[in-house]
Write a protein that binds this ligand. Structure first.
Ligand code: NAP
Length: 353
């Protein structure tokens, strides 16, 4: 049951994933405290304020930055539940320490250490990632039975190789360390696979939107690699966050993954509806070609990444979330069609055949 008696704080409210969590909270009549880094930029908040005006709930914005100590005190005051979703999700960065690891780790420290100071906080829900469970698809073959579970941690990523995954791994480890140093609040961690679906604000920086733009704009028209990955709908992921927050018995990590798939299979779900008008990939891009051309694309794709990610089956066990959070998943085709439709409508996919 959703607690509407106390305000709830959520970091990263302007982002792709958090947008839907905010929507569900507002629809339930919750007062949402949203610390964001630039209150003056109305393009980041307008859609959330409009949403609040249409629902029972209320949204209050606060100025805060993951890197600024003490930033979250005001927004957290009086909250029993804290969602920490904010963390950069970009894969091609100039300085992995500064651009990924610092905001992920210092931000986690800032938010969770504040939770330890604010007497009202009882539960923190952290948005981690399957990236904190595995680094490359090749790692999945090393997992017992070839299936990722919540018991497993990513041990292969580093600042040099898959720095985003590394940032999520060290940030989640930091979160568990901080949680163990106190006993008033408990930590529940959500580990989503790659998130797709329509965005509350389609103009976010999330890597999810960039990937689907590439599927639709002709970048992959010669073919997409069989790069193993999981996929989950952003709306299902929001439901998982709420269940993690308001199910008293929820504990530990939850893999939230709708389907075990790969990039080509994910792209191909768009073919029946959009295949005629848009250059959606239909064929496999051979691994050797990806190995040769990937590093030239300027996307930060390395030969090591190609070698360890293309051609490996990806499998994760989502049973814990189904059993303990009552999690259900919509079909991937519905997720992808809804996302693509919205990206066309908002001008994010324009290149036709
Ligand atoms: P997103 O749309 O780019 O959202 C990232 C959020 O973090 C934005 O609200 C951003 O604020 C905020 N942020 C970044 N740096 C900040 C800073 N220094 N101070 C304050 N706020 C900062 O990405 P997303 O896809 O929604 O990702 C949200 C979370 O889900 C992340 O923790 C990500 O690792 C996790 N996740 C995502 C996926 C996926 O496929 N999308 C999969 C697994 C896990 P601005 O709006 O100001 O930039």
């Amino acid at each position: 049951m959703i607690d509407t008696a106390h305000p709830v704080m959520i970091t990263g409210a302007t982002g792709f994933v958090a947008g839907w969590i905010v929507k569900l909270l507002l629809e339930a009549g919750v007062t949402v405290h949203a610390p964001i880094r630039n209150m003056a930029d109305a393009s980041k908040t307008k859609h959330l304020a409009e949403l609040a005006a249409k629902t029972l709930g209320t949204i209050k914005f606060f100025e805060a930055d993951l890197l600024k100590a003490g930033s979250y005190a005001q927004a957290m005051a009086g909250c029993q539940t804290v969602f920490h979703t904010a963390s950069p999700f970009v894969t091609n960065v100039a300085n992995p320490q500064k651009d990924l690891v610092d905001p992920a780790v210092i931000g986690t420290r800032n938010v969770l250490e504040e939770a330890s100071r604010v007497e009202s906080v009882k539960r923190v829900v952290l948005t981690s990632s399957c990236a904190a469970i595995y680094g490359d698809a090749a790692d999945v073959q090393e997992a017992p039975g070839g299936i990722l579970t919540e018991e497993i941690w990513n041990t292969t990523s580093s600042l040099q190789h898959n720095p985003y995954s590394y940032s999520k791994t060290v940030a989640e480890r930091e979160a568990w360390a901080i949680a163990k140093r106190q006993s008033r609040w408990d930590l529940v961690v959500i580990n989503p696979s790659l998130v797709f679906g329509p965005a509350i604000n389609p103009h976010t920086t999330s890597e999810s939107l960039r990937i689907v733009r590439q599927i639709g704009d002709g970048t992959l028209k010669m073919g997409a690699p069989r790069m193993g990955m999981g996929a989950v709908d952003v709306r299902d992921l929001a439901t998982a966050h709420l269940a993690a927050a308001f199910t008293p018995s929820a504990s530990g990590r939850y893999i939230i993954n709708g389907v075990n798939s790969d990039l080509l299979e994910i792209a191909k779900t768009l073919l029946p509806k959009y295949g005629k008008a848009y250059p959606i990939p239909r064929r496999t891009m051979p691994k050797w070609l990806m190995w040769l051309a990937g590093p030239l694309a300027g996307d930060g794709i390395t030969r090591k990444f190609v070698a360890r990610n293309v051609g490996y089956a990806w499998k994760a066990d989502n049973g814990r979330g189904r059993r303990e959070l009552g999690q259900t998943y919509r079909p991937l085709q519905e997720t992808m069609n809804d996302m693509f439709e919205q990206m066309i409508a908002s001008g994010l996919v324009t290149s036709k055949k």
